[in-house]
Design a protein. Structure first.
Length: 242
């Protein structure tokens, strides 16, 4: 069964299996490709006790590494971020970085979707996105990562002019490479399609719980590569404990 936990900061995360590549290999890969020779954005902001402080600069650092999603899995990048944060601040910061990264990915996917042009519908979407971020990350981290964006959007909504929202931009996709944007779009589309299929299986009353679990497991195996399946299962809220 996939272990579930809650950090002291109050946000949930899934404990996925570690990547098979060594940490040294992962760190080399994380600084290669489109990021080769580029100085990292953001920084690790430390607490006096060696932990990680909620700060937008931490999001910028995570967004910078997020450009490697596709060539690297989210769980592989989690190990790189944990190692780097531990070196910068302390052991506790490493664990926090891993957990914040996973919660950030969940919050990103929860807020993804088509942005409406209607002002009332957009306000409802903004409120739902803010709530989803706080459920995933906790109030402090959600405020640190998204507070400025949410206030900017609120100011736009309060005006009579046109609204040009950016509820959940892909990390530096426009500036870095089209492949990054394509990888994110592909991942979101596959998660959304798998969620629809899984929901249909859950509504199928002709299936026993065992048969339903088997079909959802087959769905994940069919739609996702081996390195993606644990992450996809967590986002689809699948429990393989049966």
């Amino acid at each position: 069964m996939k272990a579930q936990g809650t950090t002291s900061a109050g946000f949930p995360f899934s404990s996925d299996p570690l990547a098979k590549r060594s940490l040294a290999d992962l760190r080399t890969a994380a600084r290669g490709g489109v990021l080769s020779g580029v100085a990292p954005d953001g920084e690790w902001v430390c607490t006096p006790s060696g932990g990680l402080r909620p700060d937008r600069r931490v999001r910028l650092r995570m967004d910078w590494y997020g450009n490697q999603l596709g060539p690297m899995s989210a769980d592989e990048l989690a190990e790189v971020l944990a190692a780097e944060a531990a070196e910068a601040c302390g052991i506790a910061a490493g664990g926090q970085a891993r957990q914040v990264w996973r919660a950030y990915q969940d919050a990103t996917l929860a807020a993804a979707g088509t942005v409406p042009t209607d002002r009332v519908a957009l306000q409802k979407l903004a409120d739902a996105a803010a709530a989803a971020r706080r459920r995933s990350m906790g109030a402090e981290w959600a405020e640190a990562f998204f507070g400025d964006d949410e206030r900017l959007l609120a100011a736009q909504l309060a005006k009579n002019g046109p609204v040009e929202p950016m509820l959940q931009p892909l990390p530096d996709a426009g500036e870095r490479t089209v492949e990054v944007e394509a990888a994110w779009a592909n991942w979101r589309q596959r998660i959304a399609a798998a969620q629809q299929e899984a929901n249909a299986l859950r509504r199928d009353t002709s299936l026993s719980p065992e048969a339903r679990a088997g079909k959802i497991a087959e769905l994940i195996e069919r739609r996702f590569e081996a390195g993606e399946r644990a992450r996809a299962a967590g986002l689809l809220r699948v429990d393989f404990g049966a």
